[in-house]
Design a protein around this ligand. Structure first.
Ligand code: FMN
Length: 271
């Protein structure tokens, strides 16, 4: 339940004005939350000038007061940060600290979700990464065989050849080359019924990786493999209808980029 402390409420109406589902009203000049259509977005808590609003559904100790010094990011710095992030495909043989992994997940957790449903979940794989690698490569190899039998599309055949080769290399010696996880020590799998929610969370998580001195790679290969294998879902202990939306391969980069990479011009229509 979201509630207003009547002793503190000054009746300014800011929470009423900001509540887009109109779940707050005035009763005797004090704000009153009906808790009927509330989507628990927490705007009422964030906007109250006298800190009169609280909830027992979230941890109120996590709510922090705005502080320009520690909250503000200059737009040019933000853009440079986005421009300079790179997909990392070479990692150091170094463990990632647990607090860093938790901070990456915090970045996902605080990302908005449609209707504030907060339906993004995470699986962090460390100990069982080699077993998972084998399952993924097996699934890609099966997919490759299907493509080779049924397709004449050159782009599909190209990937089929790559996946067959990856599987063969793994089977010959799993420690020699790893074009799937790039010998990373941790991967985070992001699941959600809503692909956009998971995608947005992933993007913020990737930025956090960079802020922590880590690097990441989104693995489209993993996503494809998991969509074609019930074994992978079972291995990850996921319920049958859980949708794997993304997979982030994370580690300390063993590569140094000196400048940003170029991009196509944006396609924009101004109307
Ligand atoms: C959704 C998605 C899936 C990707 N899957 C793979 C992958 O399976 N393997 C890989 O090596 N790179 C993968 N990438 C990395 C892209 O190739 C990379 O983002 C792109 O070349 C631009 O390079 P940059 O990330 O360094 O800017 C993926 C990227 C995205 C956004």
């Amino acid at each position: 339940m979201f509630r207003v402390d009547n002793e503190k409420c000054v009746g300014c109406g800011l929470c009423i004005e900001d509540c887009f589902v109109k779940d707050i009203t005035f009763i005797k000049d004090k704000a009153f939350i009906k808790n009927k259509d509330c989507i628990k977005c927490g705007h009422c808590i964030a906007i109250c000038p006298v800190n009169a609003v609280s909830t027992d559904e979230y941890n109120m100790n996590e709510v922090i007061e705005y502080d320009k010094e520690t909250f503000h990011v200059k737009s040019d710095n933000l853009l440079n940060f986005i421009k300079f992030r790179r997909t990392i495909r070479k990692f150091k043989d170094k463990e990632i600290e647990e607090e860093k992994l938790l901070k990456i997940i915090q970045a996902g957790r605080y990302t908005p979700t449609a209707a504030n449903v907060q339906n993004v979940s995470y699986v962090v794989v460390h100990d069982k990464i080699q077993e998972l690698r084998e399952l993924v490569l097996e699934s890609l190899n099966n997919l490759a065989e299907k493509i080779m039998k049924n397709s004449t599309i050159e782009k599909e055949l190209k990937y089929a050849r790559i996946w067959k080769m990856m599987y063969k290399v793994f089977k010959r010696n799993p420690n020699k080359q790893d074009s799937l996880f790039f010998f990373s020590k941790n991967i985070i799998i992001i699941t959600s019924p809503n692909e956009l929610n998971a995608g947005l969370a992933s993007s913020n998580m990737e930025l956090m990786c960079n802020a922590l001195g880590l690097g990441a790679l989104y693995s489209g290969f993993f996503i494809l493999a998991s969509q074609n294998s019930d074994k992978i879902k079972k291995f990850l202990n996921l319920e049958e209808n859980t949708k794997i939306v993304n997979c982030m391969i994370i580690g300390y980069p063993d590569v140094k980029y000196l400048r940003t990479a170029p991009r196509k011009e944006s396609s924009i229509k101004w109307m």
